[in-house]
Design a protein. Structure first.
Length: 285
């Protein structure tokens, strides 16, 4: 997996000429980790259609990991891209702006239409249709004359199990303490099992890994594993890195949102027991 270097972004003052971007096409993707992973086939299709002419703006920490598709990666937080939202900042003249995201009112597309000769809009995920996000985006590309190409992932065959617990914030989550019970059960069975947690979750006294940088997580994933977690952006990233995702879906529709290649355990009405999840993981070994 490629790790991008820094891409300089020119700052400028109001009234000055906008910076030279060196690319005719701007791609805007403001989604999180899971959203970008689910859009990777769309990025591949756009790269093949337009060649190496795409400059992207969005969450740079995430998009840097996909830099092979772009001529450069810019952070949406930098002032030099405020022109996407306000006329108070000078705007470059783009030949084309491609927006992958949600824009139910159409206001953002109207703004971009004043900044580029052409606007291509790819709706990020379906509303009311039970179709997987990747398929939904590729359908839209085909309708706009862009050949859809799926990115294939080579699945790694490592036999270890990575458990990824999270605290619930906006979604229901299988409780952290049950992940710790699973860790103990698998460890007692002689299974190579490790805990990976987000930086804001302390799992001591059990040994656990936590990384700030996604490139370090990608390196951690390089040996392969079963990756067990709730529905999360990290589950999609694990699938993108070739791990075998075993995913719980307490809330979202798994048909729409499942990680590529995932084995799924829907649990909308009741959470599964520790025994059920242990059997679920062992069935894939």
């Amino acid at each position: 997996m490629t790790r991008c270097g820094a891409h300089p972004i020119l700052e400028f003052m109001p009234g000055e000429a906008p910076p030279s971007h060196g690319s005719p096409n701007l791609l805007v993707h403001l989604g999180g980790l899971g959203d970008v992973c689910l859009s990777e086939s769309t990025l591949l299709s756009l790269r093949r259609h337009f060649g190496h002419t795409l400059r992207v703006v969005g969450n740079k920490r995430i998009l840097d990991l996909f830099c092979d598709y772009f001529t450069g990666v810019d952070s949406i937080e930098r002032r030099s891209h405020a022109y996407l939202f306000t006329e108070a900042v000078p705007a470059p003249a783009w030949e084309r702006i491609i927006f992958i995201g949600k824009d139910r009112s159409g206001a953002f597309r109207e703004r971009m239409a004043r900044l580029a000769g052409e606007v291509i809009f790819i709706d990020l995920y379906p509303d009311g249709r039970r179709v997987h996000v990747e398929e939904y985006q590729l359908e839209q590309l085909a309708l706009q004359g862009i050949e859809p190409v799926k990115r294939e992932v080579a699945v790694k065959t490592g036999r270890r199990v990575i458990l990824y617990p999270e605290r619930p914030y906006t979604k229901r989550k299988w409780p952290v303490e049950r992940f710790l019970e699973i860790y103990g059960r698998l460890n007692a069975l002689g299974v190579e099992v490790v805990l990976l947690g987000p930086p804001d979750l302390a799992l001591s006294p059990l040994p656990a890994y936590a990384f700030e940088n996604l490139s370090d997580i990608a390196a951690f994933f390089s040996m392969g594993a079963i990756f067990f977690s709730n529905d999360s952006g990290m589950a999609h990233f694990a699938a993108r890195c070739g791990l075998r995702p075993f995913t719980l879906f307490p809330d979202a529709d798994p048909l729409v949102w499942h990680p590529k290649g995932a084995r799924l355990l829907p649990c909308r009405e009741t959470f599964p027991t520790v025994e059920e999840v242990t059997a679920f993981i062992l069935s894939g070994m």
